[in-house]
Design a protein around this ligand. Structure first.
Ligand SMILES: [Zn+2]
Ligand SMILES: [Zn+2]
Length: 321
C-alpha cells in the first residue's frame, strides 16, 4: 500500500509542515522511550510509511512493540525525515522514493542517499518490471550500494487502479540476472501470490493450499540478490493461508526475509484504517498488520529464525545505527 501525494489532504499537509518545525524541540524535552521486548526479540519494521507528525510514527511502532522502523518517504520530504529521526534517536531509518517516470528521478534519489536515505522505496509506479524506468533505478541502486524495494501487483484492488511493476512472474528473473550487484526487495500481491506454483493472476490474494515450486520460492532460492518483505495483507496472506507451507518457507529463506508491516493503523493495535480501505484486504480490517504478521511468524518458526527475520536480516542489508 502506498499513500500517494494526491491522497494527502490539505489539513494533513499543514500538520506535516507545523510538525516538522516543532519536532526538534520535542526531542530535546521529551525523548521517546523504547518499548518493552514484547515479541521476545527486538523488531525492525522495514515497511513503515511515514506519518505526517512524529507522534503518529511513534504511536504505531510503540503500540505494536516495534523497536525501530524504516520510514518510507519521498525525496522532497528529506527535512521532515531528518527532524523525526533527530527527535527520536535510533528509532527510524529512511528509504526514499521519487516518481521514476520523471527525468529528474536519478538526481533526486542520488541526493536522497547523500542526505541519509539507505534504500529506494517504496517504488510503486505503473511501469513494467523490466521497462526503462525501473531499469534505470535498478542500475542506480546497484551503483549507490542501496537496496530497492519494489511493489509488484497485477490484479486491481478497485476498478481503474491499474497494475504496478508488471511482469514479476515473466520478466523479473532477467532483471535479477542483469543487475547482479543490485539488492532487490520484493513486495506486494504478485510477489507473494507467486509463492504458489498454480497462480495465474486470478486474484490479488489467493486462498488455500500452496502448490510447491512457486516462482517466488525459486527466485529466493536461486538469486542471492533477492530478498522478500513480508509486509501488508499480501505477505500476511501468503504466510497464513497454508501453515504446512509456512514453516518450510521461513526455514528455507531465513536469511532473505524481512519483517515489514505496511500498516496504516493509528496505534499499533488496529485503530483507524490498517489497509487503506482496500476492499479485497478486508480480512485485516480492524487489525494491526504488524501484530498479525509478527504473530504468524512467531508461531511458525524457531526463536532463532524469528529473530533473523524480524531483526538481524535488515541489519545485514542496511547499516542501522
Ligand atoms: Zn506496496
Ligand atoms: Zn498497525
Amino acid at each position: 500500500m502506498l499513500v500517494s501525494h494526491s491522497m494527502i489532504t490539505r489539513r494533513q499537509f499543514i500538520e506535516t509542515v507545523s510538525a516538522a518545525a516543532a519536532v526538534p524541540l520535542l526531542g530535546i524535552q521529551n525523548p521517546p522511550a523504547v518499548p518493552a521486548n514484547e515479541w521476545g526479540s527486538p523488531v525492525f519494521d522495514l515497511h513503515h510509511h511515514m506519518r505526517p507528525a512524529l507522534q503518529g510514527n511513534l504511536a504505531h511502532i510503540d503500540g505494536a512493540g516495534i523497536t525501530k522502523a524504516n520510514l518510507l518517504a519521498r525525496a522532497p520530504l528529506a527535512e521532515q525525515v531528518k527532524a523525526i529521526q533527530a527527535a527520536a534517536p535510533g528509532r527510524f531509518t529512511w528509504f526514499s522514493s521519487f516518481d521514476i517516470t520523471k527525468p529528474e528521478a536519478e538526481a533526486a534519489l542520488t541526493q536522497a542517499v547523500k542526505d541519509g536515505a539507505q534504500g529506494f522505496g517504496e517504488i510503486k509506479y505503473h511501469v513494467a518490471a523490466d521497462g526503462p524506468e525501473l531499469r534505470r533505478m535498478y542500475a542506480l541502486a546497484g551503483e549507490l550500494g542501496v537496496p530497492i524495494l519494489v511493489h509488484f501487483q497485477e490484479v486491481d484492488h478497485f476498478e481503474g487502479e491499474g497494475k504496478w511493476s508488471t511482469g514479476f512472474a515473466t520478466s523479473f528473473e532477467a532483471m535479477l540476472k542483469a543487475y547482479p550487484k543490485t539488492r532487490f526487495i520484493g513486495h506486494a500481491d504478485a510477489f507473494w501470490a507467486n509463492v504458489s506454483a498454480d497462480y495465474h493472476n486470478e486474484a490479488a490474494y489467493p486462498q488455500g493450499p500452496i502448490a510447491p515450486g512457486g516462482i517466488t520460492d525459486k527466485l529466493l532460492r536461486d538469486y542471492p540478490n533477492l530478498y522478500g518483505d513480508v509486509s501488508a495483507n499480501s505477505g500476511n496472506n501468503a504466510l497464513s493461508r497454508d501453515p504446512s507451507f509456512t514453516a518450510g518457507f521461513l526455514e528455507r529463506h531465513q536469511d532473505k526475509l524481512l519483517m515489514g508491516s505496511d500498516c496504516s493503523c493509528a496505534d499499533g493495535h488496529g485503530a483507524g484504517v490498517s489497509q487503506a480501505n482496500n476492499p479485497v484486504a478486508s480480512r485485516l480490517a480492524g487489525k494491526c498488520v504488524a501484530r498479525e504478521t509478527l504473530t504468524v511468524l512467531k508461531k511458525s518458526t524457531s526463536p532463532a529464525v524469528f529473530k533473523k527475520i524480524v531483526w538481524d536480516n535488515a541489519h545485514k542489508l542496511i547499516k542501522i545505527a
